[in-house]
Design a protein around this ligand. Sequence first.
Ligand code: GLN
Length: 393
Amino acid sequence: MYPLSKKTARFSDSVIRRMTRICMKHGAVNLSQGFPDFDPPRAILDRLAEVAYSGPHQYAVTWGARNFREALAEKQSRLMGRAIDPETEIVVTCGSTEAMMAAMLTVADPGDKVIIFSPFYENYGADAILSGAESVYVPLHPPDYHFNPDELEEAFKKRPKALVLCNPSNPSGKVFTLEELGVIADLAQKYDAYVITDEVYEHIVYAPHRHVYISSLPGMAGRTISCSSLSKTYSITGWRLGYIIASPEIIDAARKVHDFLTVGAAAPLMEAALAGLRLPDAYYNELLANYTEKRDIFLKGLDDLRIRHNDPAGAYYVMLDVSEFGYADDYVLCEDLARIVGVGAVPGSSFFREDVRDFIRLHFAKKTETLFEALNRLEHMRSKMLRAGRKSG
Ligand code: GLN
């Protein structure tokens, strides 16, 4: 038999989603794959029930139902500070996962370089490989995950086609400051590169931090490919509704890629999710207040257990420093954590380009009772894991 493609040999299946399967096997509280265990807003669910009978049930326009694009353009124009044309500047995708893949395929030819900050959300590495692009990694230095502008410029000197910017950042919880975004924007313009953003946590930014869209910086609207989704904002990760917003020239090409990747996002779900896009500002304030409470409960619980962690400014992940447990392999540690302690996490090394094994990622997008259950289980983490860690050598 001929060998299968070289591309598929270069990346593994998703570690995040593998950890969900391991959690199911051991009955662990799943704080690995980031998704909520609480319901989406009532308005969306009510509309979904109606749509079951009223439709639409057939294909929408390939680049997204017009009413969905119009509502999205209205919401995002306000947030992003420019008038987005729903006819020419949006393509609706199957989640931000497809948006990022389509963006990468739109920009990169085989052999092109793409800058990715490390640690990074695992999809970007696979997106680059599938596009034939070569990743150039720039470290974000823990514990505050800052980047060194000189290291970033060195990467730009390799003449990349694009930089991938996850802001707020998964897994680090970093929210890029205006000043940092200015450095990135200046370099993107100096070296004529695109910026592909992943801004799915745009509404989950803890005070006093705030989200700035890099597309809103001077000179950036035409070279930013903004990807995001409704998954986290409306707690509908299974609906797979995402989008790309960019200039008409970019969207024209991205729509072709999207057309042949997936044809389109689910028509009835777009119709139901419209109710979410039309929610008033109070909804987003409440979402943030709820996540702030979850973050405070969870981080305080970790502090009480004297488990070292970073302080996320955005998104809903926290990196725990597990170096004290003596594991040589953080995958083994995460399996043990699910099996022995009953809490699911993601091995930190799956996010880092560098050989960093000191961290695991937990998320706190869960009901408070689920978080308390996880914290109860984590109470015995130190004694149980120290014993297991010593054995694992
Ligand atoms: N973004 C979530 C995470 O990082 C889930 C991603 C996914 O499985 N599609 O855990």
